[in-house]
Design a protein around this ligand. Structure first.
Ligand SMILES: [Fe+2]
Length: 200
């Protein structure tokens, strides 16, 4: 970063974010396509729509700062995306894949939250109220997207991944358990207790 003052540093940070958002616009459709859980796919797709809005807001920020809308390669987000795409190339059980996609999505969100948080604080310090407000709106959407991913992980994806089962397998087993009431059929509770025991 070659900035002589905080305003220049802010412009550099905005350029970094502008490029990061554009990289995410290419990555999010791939993550959505890779997701096997419907709600996770929807979450990536709706964050893609929000990301388009983030790009537009950053263009407005460039305008307010009287700078050309120009990005600068963001190596940080590129690394996070690269790790995420490795996950998509691996042959893994679908619920584990979903859990890993959430992990890489949250890494991206946290990177953006840190960068937008800094940019908001710097614009406030520079008394650039309109710029700070635009950046704060995006920061709030990044935080909400992060929370949504946590909620999805905790609402069953992590549990399914723990058991090494896909959603369909879990559904199939529920059906099998209902139709076959053989005494040898282990109960869900006994089975998950054994799995918990096995991991310790
Ligand atoms: Fe964003």
């Amino acid at each position: 970063m070659s900035a002589e003052n905080l305003r220049e540093a802010l412009v550099e940070e905005i350029r970094d974010l502008y490029n990061a958002e554009k990289q995410l616009m290419k990555a999010l459709p791939k993550m959505a396509k890779g997701a096997t859980n419907d709600q996770l796919r929807d979450a990536f797709e709706s964050h893609l729509d929000e990301t388009e809005g983030h790009v537009t807001r950053l263009e407005r920020v460039f305008e307010l700062l009287e700078e050309k809308p120009r990005g600068k390669h963001c190596a940080g987000i590129a690394g996070i995306i690269e790790e995420g795409s490795d996950v998509l190339q691996e042959d893994m059980e679908s619920s584990v894949l979903d859990a890993c996609l959430i992990a890489s999505g949250q890494r991206a969100e946290h990177y953006e939250m840190a960068a937008y948080g800094t940019a908001v604080a710097w614009s406030e310090a520079l008394e650039l109220g309109d710029v700070a407000q635009l950046l704060r709106e995006t920061l709030e959407e990044e935080k909400a997207a992060d929370k949504k991913l946590s909620a999805l992980a905790e609402s069953g994806i992590n549990e399914a991944a723990t058991a090494g089962e896909s959603e369909e397998e879990m559904d199939e087993q529920k059906t099998t358990r209902r139709s076959a009431s053989s005494p040898e059929q282990p109960s869900a509770t006994a089975r998950s207790a054994r799995q918990r025991g096995g991991r310790r």
